[in-house]
Write a protein that binds this ligand. Structure first.
Ligand SMILES: Nc1ncnc2c1ncn2[C@@H]1O[C@H](COP(=O)(O)OP(=O)(O)OP(=O)(O)O)[C@@H](O)[C@H]1O
Length: 358
């Protein structure tokens, strides 16, 4: 069947329920060719389920996931459009790497010589005649990637590809994926660790509890990092009151007894404290790194957010009622970017993981 050849992945209002478990809830995002997109979320966020729906392995409860404007079953010979490596894919342990690839090459109708080519692409030529059962985890991942590449696909979907790779392997994979994307192809890489893929990806889709939390460029996410000031006052209650009276309301107690103030400069805080007669014993500016931000965006899946000042006091005024764990994160508000940046205006998409094209 014809498809539009765009290389675009589109996920639109995708949901999947397993009995009472809402694994994926109304996810929408798009992944464009020419860049590496990270598909990020904590364990159990719904990444694998989303990727499996994209790859035609799980039927959505509602919504649709397409590649080139088509669902997986409409792609004709899918291995020539999308190569994937999903978790826990096995190889016949006694078969050599080359023979494994030849079997798959025959299955998708590509010539035998392609098996040798892809072994070279993933740096496994010297192990071509070794049994896959004797491979290390890193080598098995390379072999899975080689399998995914057999059909020379326009789209590559990898589930947690860095698992089992040594540092050298991670650098190699990073360079490989970036070069692949530079050829105008689409690369979607899932991970539960932002730090693991931060240097590889340009775009990012962040999900938590089956819902989209952020979707856009990594650069934009970086620029939006919120800084805060950690203040050690003589009287926390008085300082909080004074700041709130001056319209500064993003205040949280820290575990070490300080007050974390967002949305105000050191100078503003100092001036307000001084006018209120509150002595300050120290102020420290803290800039959230990307990993902290990722955690903030996704932590609602398992734990209640940090307590905040300002709402009906509890526990001596140190704990306002947090938003519930399943709510969209409130921090920072502009990160709930359901509106993608320019070039990402299409409704929904998602991607997959390490899935050797079977
Ligand atoms: N076949 C299934 N039957 C029942 N529940 C399932 C099934 N597959 C996934 N789930 C549930 O759906 C939710 C999302 O799981 P999923 O594997 O998609 O998350 P994930 O983000 O890929 O997590 P991880 O990083 O741990 O692989 C989890 O609560 C999981 O237990």
């Amino acid at each position: 069947m014809q498809h539009d050849g765009s290389g675009r992945i589109a996920v639109q209002n995708l949901s999947k329920h397993f009995g009472p478990v809402a694994a994926v809830q109304n996810l929408s995002f798009t992944v464009e060719p020419g860049s590496v997109t990270g598909f990020l979320g904590p364990n159990g966020a719904g990444k694998t389920t989303t990727l499996r729906m994209l790859l035609g392995l799980v039927t959505p409860s509602s919504g649709v996931a397409t590649i080139n404007g088509r669902t997986h079953d409409q792609l004709g010979n899918p291995a020539t459009v999308v190569g994937s490596v999903l978790e826990n894919e096995g190889f016949h342990p006694k078969r050599s790497a080359l023979n494994h690839l030849r079997v798959y090459a025959a299955a998708i109708g590509v010539p035998d010589r392609r098996a040798e080519e892809v072994l070279g692409l993933v740096g496994l030529s010297s192990a071509a005649h070794r049994r896959a059962g004797d491979f290390s985890l890193g080598m098995r991942q390379r072999l899975a990637l080689a399998t995914a590449l057999l059909g020379n696909p326009q789209v590559l979907v990898l589930d947690e590809p860095a698992n089992g790779l040594d540092p050298e392997g991670i650098v190699w994979l990073r360079n490989f994926l970036r070069a692949y994307a530079r050829e105008g192809r689409t690369v979607l890489v899932s991970s539960h660790l932002l730090s693991e893929v931060e240097q590889t990806i340009d775009q990012v889709v962040i999900i938590s509890a089956g819902m989209t939390r952020y979707f856009g460029s990594l650069e934009q996410l970086r620029q939006g990092q919120r800084s805060r000031v950690l203040v050690q006052p003589s009287d926390a209650g008085e300082l909080v009151k004074a700041l709130q009276e001056n319209g500064i309301t993003q205040l949280e107690p820290t575990q070490d007894g300080r007050v974390a103030v967002s949305g105000a400069t050191v100078q503003q805080i100092g001036d307000i404290a001084s006018k209120a007669g509150v002595a300050l014993y120290g102020m420290q500016e803290e800039r959230a790194d990307l990993e902290q931000l990722f955690f903030q965006l996704t932590q609602g899946q398992y734990s209640a957010p940090q307590p905040q000042y300002g709402q009906p006091p509890q526990q001596g005024g140190w704990g306002g009622p947090p938003s519930g764990p399943q709510q969209q994160q409130q921090y920072p508000p502009n990160y709930q970017q359901q509106q993608p940046p320019p070039g990402h205006q299409q409704p929904g998409q998602q991607g997959g993981g390490w899935g050797g094209q079977g």
